[in-house]
Write a protein that binds this ligand. Structure first.
Ligand code: SF4
Length: 158
């Protein structure tokens, strides 16, 4: 039996926030106030989250668990400590991991991914077309485009 858990881990300071993002895409489904918020999961909240998941997995008799990060933007530089903590705990449990990201800060996570070979089975980076179109749709807070930044990150990893 395959069991899938979709975990939204967007964090930075004191409480769970699943929608924080560093970009200001005009077609985003989230409100700017939500994307701009700076919040975080605490160690205690992470502990509670895993306890709940462990209980659910046991109740369902799951034999395979997959953790997916999405948001908002999960792989922000400011989220790294918390994402690393969650990821390593998931790997300890034998879970596999994937994520959906805007790709602008994913390079900050390559060292983490390298430490858990075979555990991250997919990182999906959102691109909205060729450079000119993408840069009109995937915009940084200062108004700049993100196309070249994402391409650089993908190239570094390749
Ligand atoms: S990257 Fe995604 S979550 Fe962030 S502003 Fe753009 S559409 Fe919204």
């Amino acid at each position: 039996m395959f069991y899938s858990l979709f975990l939204m881990a967007k964090v930075s300071e004191s409480k769970i926030d699943t929608f924080t993002c560093n970009l200001r895409c005009p077609n985003c489904y989230e409100g700017l106030d939500i994307r701009s918020s700076k919040t975080a999961m605490t160690k205690e909240q992470i502990h509670q989250m895993f306890s709940s998941m462990d209980q659910l997995i046991q109740e369902r008799g799951a034999t395979s668990v997959h953790l997916q990060y999405f948001g908002g933007e999960p792989f922000l530089r400011s989220n790294k400590a918390i994402v690393e903590d969650i990821t390593l705990q998931a790997v300890e449990r034998g879970w596999t991991i994937s994520g959906i990201t805007n790709g602008t800060q994913i390079d900050q996570y390559f060292d983490l991914f390298s430490r858990i070979p075979g555990k991250v089975d997919q990182i999906q980076i959102t691109m909205d077309g060729p450079e000119e179109i993408h840069n009109q749709l995937r915009i940084r807070a200062d108004g700049g485009g993100t196309y070249l930044q994402i391409c650089r990150n993908v190239t570094i990893r390749a």
